[in-house]
Structures are given as C-alpha cells and as structure tokens.
Design a protein around this ligand. Structure first.
Ligand code: FAD
Ligand code: UDP
Length: 416
C-alpha cells in the first residue's frame, strides 16, 4: 500500500518545487509473515531514519521501520498546529553542529535556513542573556565591564575553586561562584532533573558555558541552521525509498513475531528491550503545554528560561523565531519537567552509567540486535551526535558487508 503522510501539513505548503509532498511506503497494520526484511528498525527518529536511509540507498537492503508514535521524526517531529503555525511537538529543536560531514549528509534531504538561537533568563526581575556573558554581568550588577579581561577578573573574584570537579554544582561554582550558580543553575537544574546539581554529572551544566565577551548566542557551533521546510519534511525525504516500509502506531512487541528479518536495530530504551531485567534506567520526562496566541510575537527571543524554583516550568519557546514563519498569530511551548511520561532525557550520574553498562554488556552478548540513539545507548546526545553515531554504525555495517563480498569473491575465485 502506498500512502501520503503526514496529514497535518500546512495546506499552503503543499505546493510544488522542493516542498512538494513526499510519498512513503506505509505498510498496513499487519504485515504478511512471509514478507522478509533484511533489517527491522525500531524508532523513526534520527537514529532509525538515518540507518534506514543508508541501508536502503547504500546497500540496497530491504528495511521495515516501526514506530509506536503516529508519526515519523521521533522527538524532532514538527507539524502545523490548528492556527497554521509550525511547532515542535516535543519542545524546541535547534540544529547545531561542528561537523561538515553531518551537514553534508542531511543536506541531501533538506535545504536550510540560517538560525542562531538566543536565550534570555528571567532573573531578579529582568531578562538577561544566558549563557552568562559580559552583558549579563553588567545588567545584573549595574557594572560597566568593557573588556574580556575585566569580565574574566570579575568572574575570577567570585569563583570558588573546587579541587575535584565531579558534579554539575562543582563545575559552575568553580567557574562563577555560588551566587550566580544559585541564580541561574540551581533552581533550573533541580526542576529539570528532579535532582540537585550536586547529584548530577558535571557534563550536564557544562553544556552551558560562561563567556567574558558579549556573544549572546546559545551555541557557537560552525553550523547553526534549521531545515527550511521543517524536520518532518526532511524525515519524509529520508524515508521515501522503495526499499523502506514504515509502520506507524506500531510497537516493536506487536510485530517481533510477525515479521521476518535478519537483523534488528533498536532505537528505543535499552532497558525496556531487556524487560528491565537489571531494573529501570532512570529517565526524565517533560509535559509540553502548547499555546496558540492571538498576537504576532510573544517574547524577544526563541527561548526564555525561568530558573526560579517557584515557577513550575523551565522555559518557554516561541517557534516563529526558529522557523522564520510569518503569521499574524504565534505559538509557544511551556516545558514542565516530570518524573512520569515518555523517556526524554537519560540522567547522567555515575550509578546510572553503571546500570547502563550492565545492559550494554547484555546487548553485546545478544546476537542479531544493535542498539543506537539517545535511548538505545542511554546518552544525552544532541541531534547531530545521534546522526554521527548512526552514520558510524552504518560505516561498520558497510565495511562488514564489503568484507563478506570480498571473501565470497575470493571463495568463488578459489573454486574456479
Ligand atoms: P528519538 O527521537 O527519541 O526516537 C526514538 C523513537 O523510537 C521514538 O519515536 C519512539 O516512539 C520510538 N520507539 C521507542 N520504543 C519503541 C518501541 N518499542 N516500538 C516502536 N517504537 C519505539 N537536540 C539538538 O540537537 N538540539 C536541540 O535543540 C534539542 N532540543 C531538545 C529538546 C527536548 C525537549 C528534547 C527532549 C530533546 C532535544 N534534543 C535536541 C535531542 C534530540 O531530541 C535527540 O538527540 C534526537 O531526537 C534523538 O534521536 P533518536 O532517534 O535517538 O531518538
Ligand atoms: N541549565 C541551567 N540553567 C539554564 C540553562 C541550563 O541550570 O538557564 C542547566 C540545566 O541543568 C540543563 C542543562 O544546564 O538541564 C543543559 O541545558 P540545555 O539548554 O543544554 O538543555 P536541553 O536543551 O538539552 O534541555
């Protein structure tokens, strides 16, 4: 069966040119048992879609992709809401990377719109740049720091050196001192993770640097850009290959005994795959509150962070900044952290890494299945890192396939 998805595209966008609808092979709910696939891929997010595309287009493999959600794209899925504004169902996704190779690969499926993300933090009654920079310090403390050196000296005077930097508290207090840590990091982190920063690996708050200049961009990567027609359209193009079938609203467990395949690529939670045999790996979830507003603009930048602990959400994002869409209305998303719900964030702390290692060992000992992606490898990865991980896995598969081909040829040559 061939079908066209998704249904909820903006009808205005469904014209010709590079943005014309893409056809996917959507399978009926119950696949024929006799139909065999080379690969069954669980998860139609970045990890699963990149691998499906590569295996189909690069190695001519027959691939079935299943996802239990009603759409492709995983957490990067975007769609037009009722007002016609392009929103991200699972919170704001901003593409940034230093890898030319990853940009080149994704550029086969999308054009880009340059976009540099800016974030303000609501602190002490005003909105100031985060990452903390010279402007932040000047505004917050009524200072007039004019050079990098002055700002560096100021931060050094506030920093409280920590000998052994292990936690997300250590790394910030060591860099900028306790007061700024409490204003910008402690409350936000406690809300976001349900843990104190002292209980989290330093890698978490290290994602947000401190600057002595006035650069107010959230990221400094070489490439900062958004798929021009959205993420979902990019995924449609990746998956639109005659060798790829996609089944949505389908859990792996529903099809594992129904479909014949040689190899499984699993992009869901690794602990779930193994029936939580060593216990549950902790994940943090979010509840997204999407609002459509009858005004053209809501806030000055793409995201405003709310680190205060008495505000229940962590941040509000307004998509039109990200997408550049012009529209008389605007749409925003509030993020409320939650212990319950879809697993969005692996939680980086030593005991969780230990538990993951036990699952990883079991995975290594389980033939025929490979785990990949943010949930499959329990890594707090950005989109580009997941693409990089999937491309690296593909390369290993390709090399192994070439090795087999070479040895088969050698075998034939020896026989003749
Ligand atoms: P996912 O996108 O999670 O895809 C996994 C898929 O597997 C899901 O669709 C799920 O339904 C499916 N699945 C799981 N189990 C099963 C099963 N048993 N059967 C069938 N299907 C199953 N990254 C950035 O680079 N920039 C950002 O700005 C950014 N912002 C983010 C904001 C939020 C709120 C979140 C949560 C993440 C953000 N990320 C961002 C990270 C980004 O979402 C991930 O790096 C990326 O989406 C991971 O891709 P993936 O394929 O590994 O996993
Ligand atoms: N963080 C914070 N205050 C902020 C922004 C970030 O304390 O204003 C901390 C918080 O622990 C957060 C982490 O830094 O989870 C990483 O922030 P990032 O914006 O990278 O989070 P993501 O976009 O992945 O949710």
């Amino acid at each position: 069966m061939r079908d066209v998805i998704p249904q909820d595209r903006n009808p205005e966008q469904a014209g010709g040119g590079s943005d014309s609808p893409i056809e996917l092979n959507l399978q009926p709910a119950a696949p024929a048992r006799e139909r065999g696939f080379d690969y069954l891929i669980v998860g139609a997010g970045f990890a699963g879609s990149v691998l499906a595309e590569r295996l189909a287009a690069g190695l001519n493999k027959r691939v079935l992709v299943v996802d239990r959600r009603p759409h492709i794209g995983g957490n990067a899925y975007d769609h037009y809401d009722d007002a016609g504004v392009l929103i991200h169902r699972y919170g704001p996704h901003i593409f940034h990377t230093n890898s030319q190779r990853i940009v080149d690969y994704l550029s086969r499926f999308t054009e880009w719109r340059p976009y540099e993300h800016r974030v303000l933090a609501q602190v002490d009654g005003q909105q100031v740049p985060i990452p903390i920079n010279r402007t932040t310090l000047n505004r917050l403390y009524g200072l007039n720091l004019t050079t990098d050196e002055e700002a560096a000296d100021y931060l050094a005077s506030r920093a409280e050196p920590v000998e052994d930097i292990r936690t997300s508290e250590d790394v910030v207090v060591n860099g900028i001192g306790r007061e700024l840590y409490e204003k910008f990091f402690r409350g936000y982190t406690r809300k976001q993770w349900g843990l104190d920063p002292s209980q989290l690996d330093k890698s978490v708050t290290s994602r947000v640097p401190t600057r002595t200049n006035t650069d107010d961009r959230y990221f400094t990567d070489t490439f900062q850009q958004m798929p021009r027609h959205g993420y979902t359209r990019m995924f449609e193009r990746m998956l639109s290959h005659p060798n790829i079938k996609v089944m949505l609203n389908t859990d792996y467990r529903e099809v594992r005994n129904e479909v014949q395949y040689d190899h499984l690529i699993y992009c869901g939670p690794i602990d779930e795959y193994f029936g939580y045999c060593f216990g549950k790996l902790p994940y943090r979830s979010l509840r997204f509150e999407h609002k459509s507003l009858d005004q053209a603009q809501f806030q000055a930048v793409g995201t405003v962070n709310y680190p205060a602990e008495d505000v229940p959400y962590t941040r509000i994002s307004e998509y039109k900044h990200l997408t550049g869409q012009e529209h008389p209305k605007t749409s925003v998303t509030y993020e409320y952290p939650s212990a319950e719900g879809d697993p969005y964030y692996p939680i980086p702390r030593p005991e969780n890494a230990e538990l993951y290692k036990r699952y990883q060992k079991l995975a290594d000992e389980t033939p025929g299945v490979t785990f990949v992606g943010r949930l499959g490898t329990y890594k707090y990865y950005n989109m580009d890192q997941v693409v990089g991980q999937a491309l690296a896995l593909y390369k290993r598969i390709e090399e192994a396939a070439q090795g087999v081909a070479v040895s088969e040829e050698a075998g034939l040559a020896a026989q003749s």
